[in-house]
Design a protein around this ligand. Structure first.
Ligand SMILES: NC(=O)C1=CN([C@@H]2O[C@H](COP(=O)(O)OP(=O)(O)OC[C@H]3O[C@@H](n4cnc5c(N)ncnc54)[C@H](O)[C@@H]3O)[C@@H](O)[C@H]2O)C=CC1
Ligand SMILES: O=C(CO)[C@H](O)[C@H](O)COP(=O)(O)O
Length: 292
């Protein structure tokens, strides 16, 4: 099968390779000419035989919107666009409507696997009409991990990205739990080799997981993580998970706390803790520390 793939960064570059290894033809376009197979989106669309299938793998938000806007004017009725980036699920219905008005199908695909996906496969959570999803099956089969799991047609348009969003919310909370446990172990004198405690947990325990394996990898590279600053960015999925929880009145204390922990990591000093210190001082005469 032939696929057009837009966005050849950390994800798209390896996905192109994995799909090619499965025997399919991939024509990739990236605005970075060093990695691109063609010079423009127009050239990519011209080179694909109809009906075309085009996979978008660029950052969510404005970059994805601009690519979809361009595709809308370049593609033909019967073609299908897949958004595999971490787009907000509420964007999907809009994209499906905009493309659908021109007879172009739309599928949203949440993709998990990160930079390890080339070898391990990419888990896929897909949303869209069956007729469009079925067209993509050979590509999904090429990307997914071997074995019975790692692929789901989760429901209608938006369901793939909604499922991926929840996956990432869980990812936030799991990482936070490992991070908190690690900090506590590092704090006490009685535990002399925290890295080996983590390593021992990789087999037989209730908390073994791929994230734990990756934590051990990180500790092998830098035993006490001395080379890193305690700072973590977020790219949207955690926030949207919390927003969806509020919209549906579903309590998500662990995921919400893990998102807020990242916000706290970006502060050199905590304005709210200044207020706490000031109030304790006001009502109880408790000692405060000077900013100087
Ligand atoms: N890195 C990860 O672990 C994962 C990332 N994702 C999602 O996959 C998407 C891609 O992520 P990465 O590959 O990590 O990002 P990246 O920043 O490594 O790659 C993005 C690529 O898109 C290209 N690009 C941006 N705007 C473009 C445009 N208008 N036309 C053509 N090319 C354009 C860039 O030049 C770059 O090569 C994002 O939506 C991300 O959230 C999803 C799952 C895991
Ligand atoms: O989807 C992913 C992993 O599953 C991406 O790595 C994503 O960027 C992680 O989310 P955040 O950047 O908010 O930590």
């Amino acid at each position: 099968m032939q696929l057009g793939l837009i966005g050849l960064g950390k994800m798209g570059g390896n996905m192109r390779e994995r799909i090619r290894r499965a025997g399919h033809t991939v024509i990739g376009y990236d605005r970075n000419p060093d990695v691109s197979d063609v010079k423009s989106l127009t050239e990519l669309v011209e080179k694909l035989e109809g009906p075309r299938v085009v996979w978008v793998m660029v950052p969510a938000g404005a970059p994805t919107q601009s690519v979809i806007d361009e595709l809308k004017s370049l593609l033909s009725p019967g073609d299908v666009v897949v958004d595999g980036g971490n787009s907000r699920w509420t964007d999907d219905e809009k994209h499906a409507e905009e493309l659908g008005a021109k007879g172009i199908g739309f599928v949203d695909a949440g993709v998990s696997g990160g930079v390890w996906g080339l070898e391990n496969g990419y888990a896929l959570m897909v949303g869209g009409d069956k007729e469009h999803v079925d067209r993509l099956r050979p590509i999904f089969d090429a990307l997914k991990p071997e074995g019975p799991y790692g692929y789901v047609h989760a429901g209608k348009v938006g369901a793939g990205h909604f499922s991926k969003m929840v996956h990432n919310g869980i990812e936030y909370a799991m990482m936070q739990a490992y991070a908190e446990g690690w900090e506590l172990l590092e704090k006490v004198d009685s535990v002399t080799d925290v890295r080996e405690v983590f390593r021992s947990w990789q087999e037989g325990t209730v908390i073994r997981s791929w994230l734990l394996d990756l934590a051990v990898n990180a500790l092998d590279e830098d035993e006490h993580l001395d080379k890193l600053r305690g700072y973590a960015e977020d790219s949207g999925e955690g926030r949207w998970t919390v927003e969806a929880a509020i919209d549906n009145a579903v309590p998500l204390p662990a995921i919400t706390a893990s998102l807020f922990a990242r916000f706290a990591s970006r502060q050199d000093d905590s304005p709210q803790m200044k207020m706490i210190a000031a109030l304790r001082n006001q009502f109880g005469g408790h000692a405060v520390e000077s900013a100087e």
